[in-house]
Design a protein around this ligand. Sequence first.
Ligand code: HEM
Length: 405
Amino acid sequence: MTAEAIPDYPFDRATALEPPAKLAELREQCPVAHVRLPSGDVAGLVTRYDDARAVISDPRFSRNLAREGAARMSTTKDGGLFSRRRMGSENISEGEGHLRWRRLLSRWFTVRRMEVWRPRIQAMTDDLVDGLVAKGSPANLSAGLGLPLPVRVICALVGAPSEDQDKFAHWSSTMLTLTRNTQEEVDQAYEDFNAYVSGLIDRNRANPGDDLLSELTQITDSEDGRLSHAELIATVRGLLLAGHETTSNMIAIMTAMVLAERERFEAVIDDPELIQGTVEEVLRMDSTLSAIGVPRFITEDVELSGVTVPAGTTLIPSAPSANRDPRKFPEPERFDPRRQANQHLTFGAGPHFCIGQPLARMELQVVLGTLAQRLPSLRLRDAPDDLKLRTGGISGGLQDVWVTW
Ligand code: HEM
């Protein structure tokens, strides 16, 4: 790492859809670089693919930034989401306990199980597109499809009423603050979200179904030590947050990215076989969704691109940079829906690899296929360079994406 002036992170950028130029510069010149976070603390930004992958998938490294000496991300006193005790317990966020927790959850999110959901997701998407069409062009795609679809899906899967979407969108946004909320607002959001989930659990206990919440509640009530009540609440809260916030942003980003260079959309209209590859390229090339990245606290010295990073450092592997590393991806700046072996890091890697990725991928594929089929004349209302980033949070993405047809 260099001792030069430490740049502020997240970096500025020229347009919303293009990654900050600084990332490519660091990737070539300083693959582990000091950056200053909104909290004022300093972390090391990791910009090459192999290094980033090694850091996020190394089970020795902690995702718990509540540890002594770890960098705080946000301007709030608690340092933000990554510094709060995640999942309500250390027990399920790392090591053996985490593996056990993943086993409880992962069977709900297998590719096979998700295929069973495809027709329901298609029906929900059709219903929302009907709504857009009925209201007429132009439409706010973020509000009309991007947000409500993942909310309906995760609520159905978990067993929560989707009418409450505004509430948990508000709590999630507050919990994800980098600079936009105060500590009091964050504490209130946790309190309200926990009380809400607790109420859901009580109602569900009285009237169980075949949803995830019913199963997890049963496991908790069996008191066999697999999941405590606090862990159950944190798990459900985490799923409601993760299930809608990321995917809803990504639906809007995907629409913007394929319409900004419209031949990408036309290619899918001509050949629906390209849907899957197009979604993967969107995921690889997006640089807006995660404003910061998923940090790790380094518990032992580690060597990255010939640099020894000492234990006690907080490292931030940059997926947007890693995903455009020419050492890994031939012609990384080219959007290629036929790209082979597209092992981008957008869903992470290793022990914490996104549990919801089969679901997120399916939602994105269904949305793209439906838009191509039903609204082939779809265009962005505004020039791509006028798209604006959502800022102030750990989860970024775009402000409202408006479309016409
Ligand atoms: C486009 C959408 C999504 C993106 C880009 C995304 C991204 C990620 C990333 C990068 C991680 C790894 C975090 C780390 O290494 O510390 C992660 C973990 C996780 N994601 Fe997602 N995610 C998405 C959608 C979802 C959905 C729909 C769900 C739930 C249904 C979900 C649930 C989770 C959970 C529970 C974890 C924690 C896994 C663990 O710690 O073992 N995500 N996600």
